[in-house]
Design a binder for this molecule. Structure first.
Ligand code: ADP
Ligand code: MG
Length: 251
C-alpha cells in the first residue's frame, strides 16, 4: 500500500512549467531516490508535496489524507517532512538549541503555556532535551553540541538538518541533496544513518546528484528531466535508460 501517492501533479509559474504530470508512489517503509539534472524540477516538486508552493493541478495523498488543502505544519503533523538543499539552521544558536527549537507548537513557547501547568511544561522540556541528546548521539554531533550551528562544516550542517527534521518524528522524510558539499567520510556516515532510519520503518525519498552514492543506497529510483518523470525502477535499469543517459549527456 502507498504511503505517499502523487498523481498527475503539475506546477506552473506564469508561462513557465516547473514540472508537469508527475506520478510518484512510495510504499510504506520504502527507500527511493530521485535524480535529474539541474533545473529538472526536483526541489520544486518537494516544495509542492510538502506545502511550500501550491501546484496548479493534480493530487497528493499521504497516508490516505488529501494533503493539498493542508498547511505545511499540518502536513508535518501527519508525518511528512523535508530538508532543504541549503540547510536552514539557526546559525547563532548552538547545535543543541537548534534541535530543541525544531518541534513546532512546543508547550513552553505557545499560547498553550497559559493553560498548561508550569510543572507539565518543565516535564515536556525535559523529554525534549532527552530526545535532543539521543539525536546528538545518533548523528555523532555530541562533541559540537554547544557550538554555534553557523560554524559547523557543510557535512555537519547536513547532519543537523536531518536531526532537526527527525525531532518532528516524521514517518516519511524527503531529503534534498543530503550529500552535496559533504566530504566522503561523512557521506558514508550519513548513508548509514539513512539506512538505520529506513530500518526503523521510516519511508524516505532522496534527491541526490551523487549518483554513485545514491545507487548504492536505494533499491529504486525515479529520474526527472525538464519537469517530467522519464524513468523509474532499479538504479542499474534507470541509469542505463537511453532517455536518462541522454538527459545527463546534455541532450
Ligand atoms: P532542481 O531541484 O531539479 O534542480 P528546481 O526545482 O530547483 O530544479 O527548479 C526547476 C525550475 O523551476 C527552475 O528553472 C527554477 O528556476 C524554477 N522555479 C522554481 N521555483 C520557482 C518559483 N517560485 N517561481 C518561478 N520559477 C521557479
Ligand atoms: Mg534542487
Amino acid at each position: 500500500m502507498s504511503l505517499l501517492s502523487v498523481k498527475n501533479l503539475s506546477a506552473r509559474f506564469g508561462a513557465f512549467t516547473a514540472f508537469d504530470g508527475v506520478d510518484i508512489e512510495l510504499a510504506k517503509g520504502s527507500l527511493t531516490g530521485l535524480i535529474g539534472t539541474n533545473g529538472a524540477g526536483k526541489s520544486t516538486l518537494f516544495s509542492a508535496i510538502t506545502g511550500y508552493i501550491t501546484p496548479s493541478s493534480g493530487e497528493v495523498k499521504f497516508d490516505g489524507h488529501d494533503m493539498l488543502p493542508l498547511s505545511i505544519e499540518k502536513r508535518v503533523e501527519k508525518g511528512l517532512s523535508r530538508t532543504f538543499q541549503v540547510p536552514r539552521e539557526f546559525s547563532r544558536l548552538s547545535v543543541f538549541q537548534n534541535l530543541m527549537a525544531a518541534p513546532p507548537n512546543q508547550a513552553g513557547e505557545s499560547l498553550a503555556k497559559l493553560f498548561i501547568t508550569p510543572g507539565r511544561v518543565r516535564r515536556q522540556e525535559a523529554e525534549l532535551a532527552e530526545r535532543a541528546d539521543s539525536m546528538l548521539q545518533f548523528l555523532n554531533l555530541a562533541r559540537v553540541a554547544d557550538t554555534p550551528a553557523g560554524s559547523l562544516s557543510g557535512g555537519q550542517k547536513k547532519l543537523l538538518e536531518l536531526g532537526r527534521l527527525l525531532m518532528l518524528e516524521p514517518s516519511c522524510i524527503m531529503l534534498d541533496e543530503p550529500f552535496a558539499g559533504v566530504n566522503p567520510v561523512l557521506v558514508e556516515e550519513l548513508s548509514q544513518r539513512i539506512v538505520e532510519l529506513n530500518q526503523r520503518g521510516i519511508t524516505l525519498l532522496i534527491i541526490e546528484h551523487d549518483l554513485a552514492s545514491l545507487s548504492r543506497l536505494v533499491p529504486r529510483l525515479y529520474a526527472m528531466d525538464r519537469g517530467r518523470i522519464i524513468a523509474e525502477g532499479k538504479p542499474s535499469e534507470v541509469l542505463a535508460d537511453p532517455r536518462v543517459r541522454e538527459a545527463y549527456m546534455g541532450g
